[in-house]
Each structure stands twice: as structure tokens, then as C-alpha cells.
Design a protein around this ligand. Structure first.
Ligand code: NAP
Length: 484
């Protein structure tokens, strides 16, 4: 395949990096270079922030209707181009093409939702304590913002930030993952065609994430950063943010428990478990990583789930019908292997070992695997695996499983399957997570407040909550009203 040359999108221009350096983007299914992208450095990111700072006051003064119209057009264009965008996404990220189409639709749904929400940024009028006064509360854009995004959802993790930022009246500089810059640059192309004023959006990928991140964090003009990625980097950004007192949204790692009670609808639980676990080959922050199944139904659950996952075909995600693609890179495969080997050494048993990786040895494949007899001493029950491995432990008592589920520094998503309504509400109260799927393995949607507690992050993305992250509350006390 001929590799394509991309450009950075800065201040409405398509530019090479000031350093003249480039980097390769690799297809994880074939290990082929599919594109070359300018390797942005600190000078490029500063240029993007300069442009954003210049246009920010102008963009903040546009009407909600004007911002809404641009977001609406961009959402429609994304859907019109779904097929092309999905192909690019699969080429650089590896996920099966059907999932990539789903991600593009999901990504567009954030632009559509915030096109509407832009019109509903309301203020308040508060009764004053003096007859000659009025107190007005208004919401104003926080100013220039930046987004640092991961590779596992190359489109949706950008629009989930960009939608509310633009709706609120904020300019945004996006630093996508170096592993998946192409989808990000295609999103920039869409906004350029929608006549977003130059400088309101820049997309600046580069290899030296630490230097780019530092330049963003040190710049006082950037008033808010929204980050999705690992807890390790999230903690670093939180430390760096304190010097300029930036607002932060951090969508970080997870370690989701998936609890199946003896009274659950077993067919539903198996189907949702397969969807939740295998979406993106298990490389999602809300992937179930610890299965707790009631002892009475554990054998039959494991058997049915192993059959269901075992029936999923693995291969190049670009081929129609493939349901399990490659992992993102060699390091990701090594991490999954380490978790499985550690579990086996400590006594786990294999219920499904999956298909062998691609015959030519190319691509970062790891076969779908189901393990039983796992316990809390194993790495897989402590850390995000980010791979297609299902690890099943058993339990007998509700209180016991709630304690096990909460025994982690993470608190992003948890799942439980039961038909008992009273138990459902007990679990909803007691599970220490930002998102709880009850009889639902795929709860993410544009109108809901996505986000975690504990070391899974701060802030919420999506719905009416997501736009608040980009707005400052200001009050105006007007005196002398009787004399005006
Ligand atoms: P990552 O290594 O933290 O990278 C995320 C982003 O941060 C990338 O753009 C990366 O750039 C950049 N980065 C790396 N080091 C940095 C530094 N020192 N300063 C500033 N930026 C830096 O995470 P990942 O491996 O890409 O993504 C997987 C993680 O994201 C998992 O933990 C997953 O759970 C989490 N995630 C969370 C959510 C959520 O909503 N809670 C959603 C999706 C993923 P490069 O890629 O170019 O190095």
C-alpha cells in the first residue's frame, strides 16, 4: 500500500512540523506503514495555542446558534463520510470495521448532542438583599482549552471533548495519540470544511508526548485541559496543572467488575459479557476485567461464554465479518501475555485458548482467552489487562462480592446482572463507580455523564454535565437599579 502524507492542522493551515521531522503510522494488523505525519514539537504546539488565544475572544462572542450550526454540519458530514472514516480508523487502530463504523456514529453523536446543548447554556437571576440591586449569574467559556486523547477511540475521545468545548465557546488544541493521528486529522478536515473560524481548532500530533504535554500545561493561556488516558499520565498532568491553576477533566483507567448473580437472565448476561469484554479487543477503559459469577451458575456461564467468544473470528479488522482484530502494538501483546502467564503460574485454569494468531506471524494478535479459578493475588485481578482475556472468579454472598468489586483504586464502570430489584438498588448505592450497567454491558451514550471516581479520574463527559466543564460561572451584581 502507498503510504499517505498528512499535515498538521494549525490555525486553519495544513503545515509541516517546524523541525521538518516526520513519523510513521503503522497498521497493527499487518505492521505496514500506512501514512507519514509531521512530528509536531513544542514550537508547533505553541503556534497552535497562539492561534487559539487570538481567536478565543471572537469565538466566545459568536451566538450559540452560529456555533450550533457548525457543530450540526460537522456531525452530518461525519455520518456522510462514515465509511471512509471507519476504514482509516481501522487501518490505524485495528478494531473491526463494523466497530469502527459504530465508533464514527458514536463520535458524531457527541457533535450532534452539543449542537443542541449549545443553545441551552442558561444563567440565573437571584433575588438581591437590597431593593436597588439585581444579581445576574452568567456562564462564560473558560477560554482556550486543550485535549490530550488516547488511541483506543481515535474519533470518539476527541468529539466527546470538542463538542462541548465548541458549544461553550472555547477554542481547542487537540494532541491525539501518536498511534492514531489520522482519524484526528480527518476530523480537523471536516471542521475546516464546515467553516469553523481558523484557529478555533488545531490538531497537533507528535512523538514526544511528554514535551507536548508539558508545553500545554505550562502555558497560562490554556485555561482547561481535558485528558483521556492512563492514570499514570493523569496524575502527572494534575501535578503540572497546579502551577497555572488550570481546570482539568481526567478520564483515566478502569478495572471493571462484572458480577453475575444466580438469579440473572443467563443468556443476557453471556451476550452482554461478550460484548463488554470483546469490544475493541478488550482495549477499552470500561472493559470488564474481573468477572465474579455466583458459584451455582459459574460452570454453565463459563461454558456458554467460552463458546460465544470462541465463535468470534480473529483477523485483520478491515475484512468484513472479522470480530476480533489485533491489539495496538507489540507492548500491548506483551502485557496481556504477562497477565495470562502470571495467572496460570498462580493456579488459573484455561477454559478457552482461542485461535492462533495470523499465519504469516505479522500483526499484534492475541487469541481470545477465558480463564477460571482466578483470585485477587493475580495481576489480572489488580491491573487493567487491555486485551481479550476473560478472568472468572466465583462468589457466594452479595456482601462478599460488593467488597471484592470495590477493592481497587479504580472506579470507572461496574456491571451487575440480577432480576432482584431490591438488590439492584443496593448495588447501585454501594458499588463505588461512576458508571453502573445493570443488566447492561454497553452503557456509554452521548447524553449520559461518563466518568469515574477514585483513581479513574475527575469530571464528566457527555450530556448536560459535559458542557459545564467548559464554562465558568460569573455573577454580576448591578446596583443603583432604582436610579437607572
Ligand atoms: P496514555 O499513555 O496515558 O496516553 C494518553 C494520551 O496521553 C496520548 O495522547 C499520549 O500520547 C499522551 N501522553 C503520554 N505521555 C504523556 C505525558 N507525559 N504528558 C502528556 N501526555 C502524554 O494512555 P493510552 O495507552 O494511550 O490509553 C489507554 C488508557 O486510557 C487506559 O488506561 C484506558 O483505561 C484509558 N482510557 C480511559 C477512558 C475514559 O474515558 N476513562 C477512555 C479511553 C481510554 P502518545 O500516545 O503519543 O504517547
Amino acid at each position: 500500500m502507498n503510504e499517505r502524507l498528512y499535515r498538521l492542522y494549525i490555525g486553519g493551515q495544513w503545515l509541516e512540523a517546524k523541525s521538518g521531522r516526520w513519523f510513521d503510522v503503522v497498521n497493527p494488523a499487518t505492521e505496514e506503514v500506512i501514512a507519514r505525519v509531521p512530528d509536531a514539537g513544542v514550537a508547533d504546539i505553541r503556534l497552535a495555542i497562539d492561534d487559539a488565544a487570538r481567536i478565543q475572544p471572537v469565538w466566545a462572542q459568536t451566538t450559540a446558534g452560529a456555533r450550533s450550526a457548525i457543530l450540526g454540519r460537522a456531525a452530518r458530514l461525519m455520518i456522510e463520510r462514515k465509511e471512509d472514516l471507519a476504514r482509516i480508523l481501522t487501518l490505524e487502530e485495528g478494531k473491526p470495521i463494523a466497530e469502527a463504523r459504530g465508533e464514527i456514529a458514536y463520535a458524531a453523536s457527541f457533535l450532534e448532542w452539543y449542537a443542541e446543548e449549545a443553545k441551552r447554556v442558561y444563567g440565573d437571576l437571584i433575588p438581591a438583599s437590597h431593593p436597588g440591586k439585581r444579581i445576574m449569574v452568567v456562564r462564560r467559556p473558560v477560554g482556550v482549552t486543550a485535549a490530550i486523547t488516547p488511541w483506543n477511540f481515535p474519533a470518539a475521545m476527541i468529539t466527546r471533548k470538542l463538542g462541548p468545548a465548541l458549544a461553550a465557546g472555547c477554542a481547542m488544541v487537540v494532541k491525539p495519540s501518536e498511534l492514531t493521528p489520522l482519524t484526528a486529522l480527518e476530523i480537523a478536515r471536516i471542521f475546516a470544511e464546515c467553516e469553523l473560524p481558523e484557529g478555533v481548532l488545531s490538531v497537533v500530533p507528535g512523538m514526544d508526548a511528554a514535551a507536548l504535554g508539558k508545553a500545554i500545561m505550562e502555558d497560562f493561556r490554556v485555561r482547561k485541559v481535558s485528558f483521556t488516558g492512563s492514570t499514570r499520565v493523569g496524575k502527572l498532568l494534575m501535578r503540572q496543572a497546579s502551577d497555572t491553576m488550570k481546570r482539568l477533566s481526567l478520564e483515566l483507567g478502569g478495572h471493571a467488575p462484572f458480577i453475575v448473580f444466580a438469579d440473572a437472565d443467563l443468556e443476557l448476561a453471556v451476550e452482554q459479557a461478550a460484548l463488554c469484554k470483546m469490544r475493541g479487543m478488550g482495549e477499552t477503559c470500561v472493559s470488564a476485567n474481573r468477572f465474579y459469577v455466583h458459584r451455582d451458575i459459574a460452570d454453565v456461564f463459563v461454558q456458554k461464554l467460552s463458546e460465544r467468544i470462541g465463535s468470534m473470528g480473529m483477523g485483520d479488522g478491515a475484512s468484513e465479518g472479522v470480530q476480533v482484530g489485533p491489539l495496538i502494538n507489540r507492548d500491548a501483546v506483551a502485557k496481556v501475555k504477562r497477565h495470562v502467564e502470571d495467572a496460570l503460574e498462580k493456579g488459573a485454569r484455561v477454559s478457552l485458548a482461542g485461535d492462533a494468531p495470523a499465519a504469516d506471524g505479522k500483526g499484534y494478535f492475541y487469541p481470545p482467552t477465558v480463564l477460571t479459578n482466578v483470585d485477587a493475588s493475580m495481576l489480572i485481578m489488580q491491573e487493567e489487562t487491555f486485551g481479550p482475556v476473560t478472568a472468572v472468579a466465583t462468589f457466594t454472598e452479595e456482601s462478599e462480592v460488593i467488597a471484592m468489586a470495590n477493592e481497587t483504586p479504580y472506579g470507572l464502570a461496574a456491571y451487575c446482572f440480577t432480576r432482584d430489584m431490591a438488590r439492584l438498588f443496593r448495588l447501585a448505592d454501594q458499588l463505588e463507580y461512576g458508571i453502573i450497567g445493570v443488566n447492561d454491558g454497553v452503557p456509554s451514550t452521548a447524553q449520559a455523564p461518563f466518568g469515574g471516581v477514585k483513581e479513574s479520574g475527575v469530571g464528566r463527559e457527555g450530556g448536560k454535565y459535559g458542557i459545564e466543564e467548559y464554562l465558568d460561572v460569573k455573577y454580576v451584581s448591578v446596583g443603583g437599579v432604582a436610579n437607572v
